[in-house]
Design a protein around this ligand. Structure first.
Ligand code: PLP
Length: 474
């Protein structure tokens, strides 16, 4: 990548935008430590609706809301006003000494949204922090039971999962590439079982029921191997996002996994950092699964990117145990319950309700799925198209029959991502890899804003199909 020069003959239809002028140094002269140290990314100076604007005036259709974050688009004035209002009241107070009205209001919104199934919210600044908090709370829960169970120190998580990048969250995740450098310092008390990944792991002729039973048996076997009373929690993304690429659970899968946990008295932690807060068509993805988690994380759609925010929702029985135990959660952070982030998230959540956006997620999500199947179904490099709500992915293969993936060295998903940013396409697509075994497998994800229009969905699929054709052919 580099700095792009807009082409006068660019076929992309620009939306009517005022383009802010560049205000800082160009990325190539920057002091920022970019993810790709030798490859500065495009410099974003503005955002309007579903579009991001670069310092050279390129208007990029954000088909992924960044990493499934900006679910209201990039310029909702109502959220700006809520942030300003809170800023004028008080920007910050330390949650160890004080609470604040915005955190109180947001927690009530979140708890009410579960119809009382979850009872308290612990508000932090990123998905990773919410996951870390969930792991620590699970440990504390068993330490503070009326009859403590200090031997429950094993976690079971799933292969091809992603739960964040700090050492604890990386330990429960299973992206081999992201783990590799740190393997020796990752937690040894985390064990991984298979994903629910029908495209590659369901056997020929196997029914959904039989596949789900096989996965539940694998979890049961893992409990037995470790010693059932040594397992603290089973951790899973409700709809698997980053590493695997938008794979929804099969009917009955999460229920079967919860039954195994319940049989052995272990907790179920559902990580909805990416799939939660409306992305899959219901506010909480678990609502579609007939399960209630003991602990639930959420982040991206919570604040829609207007401010960094995430949360851990806690079931009543866990709250009760801690309340009757030491009476304090042994974990806190400086920016916990940050008033400005909470005010932004409150407004975002009210807008999702007021504008009836979950209905749009379901309707536009269905349309996106249809168009992806129409455009990519016959492509000889696309092995699988899957998703739920406005959360879809296409998985690439070298050979449709054998499902042979591209070698990781070809970085197919990243090539598509980079090509998509060229002026003739001007679309941001989310690349992913490691879906097959933590190393092999490429996909791209689509996660447009909840308020996207039919025309935007059509533009997304049209541009994406032209990019894929340029990189891989038909
Ligand atoms: N958990 C899941 C399921 C995620 O998808 C992510 C990020 O993509 C995280 C945790 C980490 O969240 P963050 O990047 O906000 O720390």
């Amino acid at each position: 990548m580099g700095d792009y020069t807009p082409d006068a003959a660019d076929p992309v239809q620009p939306v009517a935008l005022e383009c802010p002028k560049q205000t800082g140094p160009s990325p190539s002269q920057s002091s920022v430590l970019y993810h790709q140290l030798r490859q500065p990314p495009l410099n974003i100076v503005g955002g309007r609706g579903s579009y991001l604007i670069t310092d050279s005036g390129q208007e990029i259709l954000d088909a992924t809301c960044g990493a499934a974050v900006s679910c209201l688009g990039h310029s909702d004035k109502r959220v700006h006003e809520a942030i300003m209002e809170q800023l004028q009241k008080v920007p910050y107070c330390y949650s160890l000494y004080f609470t604040n009205s915005a955190a109180e209001e947001l927690s009530k919104i979140l708890v009410d949204s579960t119809e009382g199934k979850m009872s308290r919210a612990f508000i932090v600044s990123s998905g990773t922090e919410a996951v870390e908090a969930s792991l620590k709370m699970a440990v504390q829960y068993y330490m503070e039971m009326p009859v403590p169970q200090p031997q429950r120190m094993n976690f079971i998580a799933r292969k091809q999962s992603y739960h964040g990048n700090t050492l604890g969250s990386l330990s429960v995740g299973h992206h081999i590439g992201r783990r590799a450098l740190y393997e020796k310092v990752l937690a040894k008390n985390v064990h991984h079982v298979s994903q629910c990944y029908p495209y590659r792991e369901m056997q020929d002729g196997e029914t959904v029921e039989a596949y789900v039973a096989r996965l539940a048996q694998e979890l049961e076997d893992k409990f037995q191997e470790l010693g059932p009373d040594t397992v603290c929690a089973f951790v899973a993304e409700t709809v698997t996002g980053t590493t695997l690429g938008c794979v929804p659970p099969l009917p009955g899968y999460l229920k079967a996994m919860k039954e195994v946990c319940a049989r052995h008295g272990a907790l179920l932690i559902l990580d909805e950092v990416m799939s939660g807060m409306g992305r899959t068509g219901t506010l909480h993805a678990w609502e579609q699964e007939d399960v209630v988690p003991d602990l639930q994380t959420m982040a991206k759609g919570l604040g829609a990117g207007y401010a960094p925010i995430a949360a851990l929702l806690v079931n009543q029985h866990v709250v009760d145990t801690l309340t009757q135990g030491t009476g304090a959660f042994s974990h806190s952070q400086t920016y916990q319950g940050h008033p400005i982030s909470c005010a932004a998230a409150c407004r975002v959540q009210k807008i999702i309700q007021e504008d009836n956006l979950l209905a749009n997620v379901r309707e536009m999500g269905k349309y996106l799925g249809q168009l992806l199947n129409q455009k990519f179904g016959e492509n000889s490099h696309v092995g699988n198209i899957r998703g739920r709500g406005l959360f879809w992915a296409i998985e690439f293969v070298q050979n449709k029959e054998t499902k042979e993936p591209y070698p990781p060295s070809e970085s197919v998903a990243w090539k598509i991502h980079k090509a998509a940013l060229k002026p003739e396409y001007s679309i941001s697509l989310m690349p992913g890899n490691g879906g097959i075994d933590g190393i092999n497998g490429d996909h791209i994800c689509f996660a447009p804003p909840y308020n996207c229009t039919k025309e935007e969905i059509e533009t997304i699929v049209d541009r994406a199909s032209r990019v894929v054709e340029e990189v891989l052919g038909k």
